[in-house]
Design a protein around this ligand. Sequence first.
Ligand code: ZN
Length: 279
Amino acid sequence: MTESALILYDVVDGRIATITLNRPQKANAQTPQFLEELDACWERAARDRAVRVIVVKANGKHFSAGHDIAATEDKAAGSDAEGDPFDWNERGLQSIYEWESVHYLGYTRKWRDVPKPSIAAVQGQCIAGGLMLCWPCDLIIAADNAKFSDPVVRMGIGSVEYHAHTWEVGPRKAKEWLFTAKTFSADEAERLGMVNRVVPLEDLVGETMALAGEIAQMHPFALAQAKRVVNQTMDIQGFYSALQAAFDIHQTGHGNALSVNDYPILIDLEQMKQSQENA
Ligand code: ZN
């Protein structure tokens, strides 16, 4: 097993790569380094010919509380601790657009297109950017305590950078979800087709690995083709183009925030940060 601070990578039975979010003390909130390490693990699993199935799971009580608000605030204040170019005080919206193009839309879309089946195992809270770690996976297994939400309308933005909401739950539920910043339970997410199945929390990893083992018996090229035929069908329907258009709409939310003094942020960022820290 290779262990880094934030993401763990392992290969089980020679065929199943497990990528484990490992920042439980912060509810797996995503810093730039966290995302870069996660992407490196996806790349590694994609390159390893022996790996047939990729499992994304999370240590701790929660799958992911989204983008790390404290890290984002550091960026807003002009801090450049990780050496990335995300500096909206210097370069305004251009810096946000470029950084998020790579680290949010780019990574997420790339993971979605890795030509191997992937399964996310989700427990506890999966908030906003957390959705962007499970949605790119082909299958999602939810623990019975999983909760899914994207409350960024409260922050003055339409939805997260990877707008799969409409595709995942349909337009009416997507609007209700976003307009009210509501949370979907695991059962509701299953009923809407966003997750494949709901299992007791204690069975989450076991069931996910069993499913991965079953899929890993199949021919890898046939699996890649089966994945591609579904993804390609969605892309012909406009999924790929819609993601880019929705990303640009998302950027107008950032642009508005940059241009308005006393920008109304209804969400209690301090409370959200506390919940990330206390999770
Ligand atoms: Zn953004």
